[in-house]
Design a protein around this ligand. Structure first.
Ligand SMILES: Cc1ncc(COP(=O)(O)O)c(C=O)c1O
Length: 377
C-alpha cells in the first residue's frame, strides 16, 4: 500500500518535539493567538522574506482578509484562474466582488499571463495568481501589468510554502501572500491554519484587526471584523514543523526528480518546472486521457492517487451564476480532465517511487498498444 500522503510517518519523525510544544501550550493555556502564534508569525514571515505575518484560522480566511485589506468589495472585479481549489474563488465571493477568470498556461497549470490584459475592466481591483501544485506563477509579467494598471496582487500561495520565483520566495512576490496550513500542505498544522504575509504595515494592521473582531484593543471594535484567529496549539506545532520545512522540501524535490528520471523516455507527460521556479511539489501531477482507468488500476495495485481538481471552478454548479460556459477556458478544462496526482510526500522512498512509476509506465505502454491496435484495424 502506497498512500497519497503519509502524515503518520512524518509525525513519528518529530513526535517528541511536537508533543513538547503542545504540552507547552497546555501549560500556559494560551489557546488562541498568544506567544507561540506571535513567534510563528515572525518566523514564517522572515522565512518568506516578508516583514509582517498575520496568523489566521484557514488559508481561505487569509485570502478573504487580504482582499478586504485591499479594499475589495461589491462592484469590484478580481482576476484569477478557474483551475484552482474552490477556496480562491469563494474568498472573492465573500467580499461581494466578482471573480473574473483567465485561462492557465497548460505547461505550468498557472495563470496565462498573456490573457490578463483582456480581462481587465475599469472595475478590476486585484489579481490573484495561484501558485498551483507548488510552482510560482510567472510573476514578472503579472507585476508589470499590475503596476501599469494600478492593481493589487494577492498571491494564493496555499500550495507553495518555500517555492521561489527567480530566487525570491512566494509571499514576497506581490502585495500580500496567503498561505494555508491545512494538515496535508507542505507546512501543515494539526488542525486548520493560515497566514497573510506582507511588507505593507497598513495591510498588516488592518488584517490583524479584522481577524480578531475588528478590534484595535479589547472591545474597541473599529472595523466590522471576524473570528479568524489562529489557535495557540497550531502556532506551536507549526513552529516546530517550520524548522524541518527546508529538509522536507528538498526531499519532495528529490522524489520529483526521481519520478522524472523514472518516466524519462516514456510517453507519460510529467510536470514541467520552469527555469524561473523553485518548484516545491505540493502535488506531482502527470496527465492522461485515460484517467479513470489508470486511477482504478493503480488503486487495485495499492497505489493511492488524487485529482486536483476534476472540475474547473467556472463549471462548478456553485458558481453557475457567474455565467461562464464549457469551452471558455480550454486549457483549464483539459487539465481538469487529465491530471492525476501521484503519491508525493517528503518520506516517499526510492522503492515507492519505483513501484509507482513502474505501474504507471505499464499502464502507459498498454494504452499505446491499444491505440496502435485500434489504428491498425
Ligand atoms: C490553492 C488553494 N487556495 C486556497 C486554499 C484554502 O486553504 P484552507 O483549506 O486552509 O482554507 C487551498 C487549500 O485548501 C488551496 O489549495
Amino acid at each position: 500500500m502506497i498512500p497519497f500522503v503519509d502524515l503518520k510517518s512524518q509525525y513519528a519523525s518529530i513526535k517528541e518535539e511536537v508533543n513538547a510544544a503542545i504540552q507547552g501550550v497546555l501549560d500556559t493555556c494560551q489557546f488562541t493567538l498568544g506567544s507561540e502564534v506571535a513567534a510563528f508569525e515572525e518566523e514564517f514571515a522572515a522565512y518568506c522574506g516578508a516583514m509582517y505575518g498575520m496568523g489566521v484560522n484557514t488559508g481561505t480566511s487569509a485570502l478573504h482578509l487580504a482582499l478586504l485589506a485591499a479594499n475589495v468589495g461589491p462592484g469590484d472585479e478580481v482576476i484569477t484562474v478557474p483551475f484552482t481549489f474552490v477556496a480562491t474563488v469563494s474568498a472573492i465571493h465573500y467580499t461581494g466582488a466578482k471573480p473574473v477568470f483567465v485561462d492557465i498556461d497548460p505547461r505550468t497549470f498557472t495563470m496565462d499571463v498573456t490573457a490578463i490584459e483582456a480581462a481587465i475592466t475599469p472595475r478590476t481591483k486585484a489579481i490573484i495568481p495561484v501558485h498551483l501544485y507548488g510552482q510560482p506563477a510567472d510573476m514578472d509579467p503579472i507585476r508589470d501589468i499590475a503596476k501599469r494598471r494600478g492593481l493589487v496582487i494577492i498571491e494564493d500561495a496555499c500550495q507553495a510554502h518555500g517555492a521561489e520565483y527567480k530566487g525570491r520566495r512566494t509571499g514576497s512576490l506581490g502585495d500580500m501572500g496567503c498561505f494555508s496550513f491545512y494538515p496535508g500542505k507542505n507546512l501543515g498544522a494539526y488542525g486548520e491554519g493560515g497566514m497573510v504575509v506582507t511588507d505593507n504595515p497598513e495591510y498588516a494592521r488592518t488584517i490583524r484587526m479584522l481577524r480578531d473582531w475588528g478590534a484595535e484593543r479589547k472591545y474597541q471594535h473599529v472595523l466590522k471584523g471576524y473570528n479568524y484567529r489562529l489557535e495557540g496549539i497550531q502556532g506551536a506545532v507549526l513552529r516546530v514543523k517550520l524548522r524541518h520545512l527546508e529538509a522536507w522540501t528538498e526531499a519532495r524535490r528529490a522524489a520529483a526528480a526521481r519520478y522524472d528520471r523514472l518516466f524519462a523516455g516514456s510517453v507519460v507527460p510529467t510536470p514541467q518546472a520552469m527555469p524561473y521556479a523553485r518548484h516545491v511539489y505540493h502535488i506531482y501531477a502527470i496527465r492522461t486521457n485515460q484517467r479513470q482507468a489508470w486511477q482504478d488500476a493503480l488503486n487495485a495495485q495499492g497505489i493511492q492517487t488524487g485529482i486536483h481538481y476534476p472540475i474547473p471552478v467556472h463549471l462548478l454548479p456553485a458558481f453557475a451564476d457567474l455565467g461562464y460556459t464549457a469551452s471558455q477556458f480550454p486549457h483549464s478544462e483539459q487539465a481538469a480532465n487529465e491530471v492525476l496526482s501521484l503519491p508525493m510526500f517528503p518520506e516517499l522512498t526510492e522503492d515507492q517511487c519505483e513501484v509507482v512509476s513502474r505501474a504507471v509506465r505499464g499502464l502507459a505502454s498498454k494504452s499505446q498498444e491499444t491505440k496502435s491496435l485500434a489504428s491498425a484495424l
